[in-house]
Design a protein around this ligand. Structure first.
Ligand SMILES: Nc1ncnc2c1ncn2[C@@H]1O[C@H](COP(=O)(O)OP(=O)(O)OP(=O)(O)O)[C@@H](O)[C@H]1O
Ligand SMILES: [Mg+2]
Length: 258
């Protein structure tokens, strides 16, 4: 009994020690840091898929990074781990030098709601709510004041060029406009990180380029850290750095001269 307790204490002390070492390793200017991130899915007995395989990356505060790679290479899995939407099999994610595995439920909710904005391929707007109400929603969940909500919803709808259409329903907007509403919604709580999974996947390439140029301009103005998955090399090249993935690994990093 005593031995087991001692072993647990030693394990705990070792994990604290590791944390301190990691903390010292992480540059204060880093926003997202992963160490040896691995995700294994057990499909059936004996068959496993290594969706992420030992991924170590660091992304600086305010940096705009794109992730490219063939279907099934682990891009969405990587975003899900960083956005605390799923747990890795092994490895760690630090957001702003904090290990997200050690956050309690309240801290995790806070992280997902206020620190990270999500943008998806299929916009995910609520069909019965207007553009204004869709953008307002995460701010209501975050318990922001009425004044803050009004100020930010108007500010971000204006930044994405949709002030005039704030009372329109999603079905009354084009695909590009719907995605701009989704961008305003992701930004309204002023998150420090924006995670976007194929944000232009449903748009034609001209509209896609426009949306990402908007995202890039917002990044230059508001300095959020952006991690964006795309299949389109032209879109990926609008980021400062492109990470190329294959078989769950980062196989190449390209610094763009955008
Ligand atoms: N919940 C799951 N259960 C089992 N396997 C999964 C699960 N999610 C993903 N996978 C597998 O993990 C691998 C990586 O999937 P992931 O969704 O990260 O790929 P992706 O690079 O985002 O692909 P795409 O470009 O098609 O979106 C794939 O082989 C996929 O089949
Ligand atoms: Mg995907």
């Amino acid at each position: 009994m005593k031995k087991a307790k001692k072993r647990k204490e030693i394990q705990f002390l070792n994990s604290v020690l590791q944390e301190v070492k990691d903390y010292e390793l992480i540059n204060p200017s880093t926003m997202i840091q992963t160490f040896n991130l691995t995700k294994v899915y057990n499909i059936t007995e004996g068959i496993e898929i290594r969706a992420l395989n030992d991924v170590t990356i660091d992304i600086k505060k305010g940096e705009f990074v794109s992730v490219m790679g063939p279907s099934g290479s682990g891009k969405t899995t990587l975003l899900n781990m960083i956005g605390a939407l799923d747990n890795p099999t092994s490895g760690v994610v630090y957001i702003n030098r904090t290990n997200i595995a050690h956050m309690n439920d309240r801290q995790l909710t806070n992280l997902r709601l206020k620190e990270i904005g999500f943008i998806f391929q299929f916009y995910n707007l609520v069909p019965v709510l207007s553009a204004y109400e869709n953008v307002e929603l995460p701010m209501l969940f975050a318990g922001r004041t009425k004044q803050e909500i009004k100020r930010n919803v108007n500010k971000f709808l204006d930044l994405v060029g949709l002030s005039e259409k704030k009372d329109y329903l999603p079905s009354e907007l084009s695909g590009g406009e719907q995605q701009r509403v989704a961008i305003a919604r992701a930004l309204c709580n002023e998150p420090s990180i924006l995670i976007a999974d194929e944000p232009t996947g449903e748009l034609d390439s001209k509209m896609g380029m426009e949306i990402i140029k908007l995202l890039r301009d917002l990044n230059l103005e508001l300095h959020q850290t952006i991690l964006m998955v795309t299949h389109d090399p032209m879109i990926g090249a609008l980021a400062e750095r492109m990470l190329k993935m294959r078989d769950g690994k980062i196989i190449e990093t390209v610094i763009t001269n955008r």
